[in-house]
Design a protein. Structure first.
Length: 181
């Protein structure tokens, strides 16, 4: 595994951690602003549908404009959205944020996978991508555990702010990845 791929792995693992410390408490967030399970389902569905619709477009655009650009936009865009979540007072604002989160999620997932394919060696892609996903998955699990501990110490708003800082840092790390594909 190249040094650039390792740096990419660390950047995306940190991004996963930043998002993952908030995600388990998202239902609580919706309930705190007066939402119910149906509205949570609609919000999550809007995220998923928006993301699904845009995956193809971001994949095609990353072929033209570069994958790193979209990965940076995703990390920093999500960081900004995390700063907005604590200001939300109605479910309609959650819906709008979820649509934007879906767009940033499509950027991240599609461009991450394409970037990995660009960075891996033919004949070893499966092995290298598998090793990559070990790290990202471990950070995802650690984020949920850390979030469980941190939510007892801090408010949900502070969790969004912490997640935002972590996402911003992941983007800074990604800037060091030299591959321009």
């Amino acid at each position: 595994m190249s040094n650039m791929m390792r740096l990419m792995m660390v950047s995306q693992s940190v991004m996963t951690f930043g998002s993952g410390i908030v995600f388990p408490f998202y239902l609580i967030f919706v309930k705190e602003i007066g939402g119910d399970f149906t509205q949570y389902g609609i919000a999550y569905g809007l995220f998923t549908i928006c993301s699904a619709y845009l995956n193809w477009w971001f994949g095609k655009s990353s072929d033209r404009y570069g994958r790193k650009l979209f990965l940076l936009l995703s990390a920093w865009g999500t960081a900004v959205l995390f700063l907005i979540f604590p200001l939300v007072t109605s479910i309609w604002q959650v819906y709008a944020l979820q649509i934007a989160m879906g767009a940033f999620g499509a950027m991240q997932r599609t461009c991450e996978k394409a970037f990995l394919a660009d960075m891996t060696e033919e004949g070893r892609r499966g092995e290298q991508i598998g090793r990559y996903h070990v790290s990202v998955s471990l950070f995802s699990g650690a984020a949920v555990i850390a979030g469980g501990f941190l939510i007892d110490l801090f408010t949900l708003d502070l969790m969004f702010y912490l997640g935002s800082v972590i996402l911003f840092i992941s983007g800074l790390m990604l800037l060091r990845v030299k591959r321009s594909i």
